[in-house]
Design a protein around this ligand. Structure first.
Ligand code: SAH
Length: 251
């Protein structure tokens, strides 16, 4: 993707509550599955946080200190505004950096969190690189697009393999985690309302205004067409894929 395209993608998504499928109950459920004590002073990294829907849920549910990371400062500013309004700024700090060059120390975190973002560097690479920042017996909680049936129509498979070649079944994602030395792995499937009500419906409403703002921009049109195609695929084939949420302990 060109820089110009990235910039417009950020403009399209920055006023939305979230930049990927998810919901507060799912974040809370995944946290609970870690078994970590919410009343302890946990240190959490939220990687690819976007405007921080899940960062806020984690901060409200726990006593933790959270470092929220994203490549785009415009998303982080939105999170900072929300944190300030909710009096959470003392427990949420933000950092602009890329998820493949995180400036953290070994064993720094009790928990590494990432919703709908690890695909940017690939599941295997992300897990391999982030593992060293997690304390022994600490946790990784990550959502990743996954096949939820054993077989699927060719049109869908071709579409997603071209978009993200690491898309795979949930058992195969779990194998990757095991290979990287994680144990006590739990996984569940994001419900459809996380995609439709919380992500696709709001962004579809924004398309006309966005096209109006960037009238004459071929890139803006290209972005909207690209996103419309993704939504069309989901509407047609939502029985076959979703995000899997994977929760795993570092041995
Ligand atoms: N977790 C948020 C955002 C998911 S969208 C939510 O669920 O709503 C994916 C996020 O990853 C975007 O905010 C995007 O800006 C960020 N991102 C993309 N490439 C990145 C990179 N290399 N390093 C850090 N963040 C990145």
């Amino acid at each position: 993707m060109t820089d110009n395209m990235m910039e417009l993608m950020v403009k399209l998504h920055k006023d939305e509550e979230r930049q990927g499928p998810g919901c507060a109950e799912v974040t809370r459920k995944a946290f609970k599955l870690t078994g970590l004590d919410k009343d302890k002073d946990l240190k959490i990294a939220d990687i690819g946080c976007g405007t921080g829907a899940q960062t806020i849920v984690l901060a409200e549910k726990t006593n933790s200190l959270i470092v929220a990371i994203d490549l785009f400062p415009e998303f982080l500013s939105k999170l900072e505004e929300k944190a300030a309004t909710l009096n959470l700024s003392n427990r949420i700090t933000t950092k602009v950096c890329s998820m493949d060059s995180l400036p953290f120390a070994e064993n720094e975190f009790d928990l590494i969190w990432s919703e709908g973002a690890i695909y940017n560097i690939g599941f295997e690479k992300g897990i391999h690189e982030w593992k060293r920042f997690i304390k022994p017996n600490g946790y990784l909680a990550v959502s990743e697009i996954s096949w939820i049936t054993n077989t699927r129509p060719k049109e869908l498979e071709d579409y997603w393999l071209a978009e993200y070649s690491e898309i795979d079944t949930m058992p195969n994602k779990i194998k990757v985690l095991e290979k990287e030395g994680f144990s006590n792995i739990e996984a569940f499937i994001l419900p459809q309302h996380c995609w439709i009500d919380n992500y696709y419906t709001p962004i579809q409403k924004r398309f006309p205004e966005f096209l109006d703002e960037y009238q004459g921009s071929d890139i803006a049109k290209e972005i909207v067409d690209y996103e419309k195609e993704e939504i069309r695929m989901y509407e047609k084939y939502k029985e076959f894929y979703s995000y899997g949420f994977y929760i795993a302990r570092k041995i």
